[in-house]
Write a protein that binds this ligand. Sequence first.
Ligand SMILES: CC(C)(COP(=O)(O)OP(=O)(O)OC[C@H]1O[C@@H](n2cnc3c(N)ncnc32)[C@H](O)[C@@H]1OP(=O)(O)O)[C@@H](O)C(=O)NCCC(=O)NCCS
Length: 190
Amino acid sequence: MPLPALFHTERLVVHRAVPEDTDALLRVFGNPAAMRLFAHGRPWTRDELERFMGQYPDSDARLICLPGTVRLRTDPHAPAGGEVIGFGGVGYYVGETTTPDLFYALRSDHWGKGLATELSRAALAYAFAHPEVDFVNASAIPANAPSIRILEKCGLRLIRFVPEANRNLYRTTRDEWEAAVREHDRQNLK
Ligand SMILES: CC(C)(COP(=O)(O)OP(=O)(O)OC[C@H]1O[C@@H](n2cnc3c(N)ncnc32)[C@H](O)[C@@H]1OP(=O)(O)O)[C@@H](O)C(=O)NCCC(=O)NCCS
């Protein structure tokens, strides 16, 4: 029985991470090449991954949107999940000091197919479907050219470089996002 989707795209479905996803996600977060420009810059241990996945408990009502396990869609007519190929999205706890942040990590044999861009656009739409979300942040190490390209393609703007974190901080507001969606729809109607 497939888990209910948080959101889906043409090629992907994202659902709440469950312990059964851990082995597949270790193939993403345990890969030194993939983690070089992500978080602490080294592959994660199983313990670190399990703690990370446990950050989004379904018992916490303040958690209004959350990232999840990314699967390839097997059936183009139904958002049922296939193989696990990554993790990503936007998480946000209302009333916490944390901000809604977009992030993504995919298994390296699926890079270069536009999947992270597709995921990010859908994750932003999912986040902004929650009225409590006024803006979405993202951060990228300046050397992470693919990630910066994705953020810019999704309409996030560079706010500033944060030297203590060695990260560029990006943001899009609800107004900017809605204007970008209107413009996209207008172009597609032409
Ligand atoms: C970053 C990551 C998610 C990209 O996934 P992906 O599915 O390959 O990304 P996409 O194909 O959607 O888009 C990548 C874009 O970057 C571009 N790109 C790739 N390498 C590049 C480089 N060296 N310089 C400039 N642009 C580059 C691609 O051409 C593409 O842009 P285009 O569609 O306009 O041609 C993937 O490499 C990954 O999981 N990395 C490890 C985790 C990570 O670093 N996450 C980001 C931190 S939040």
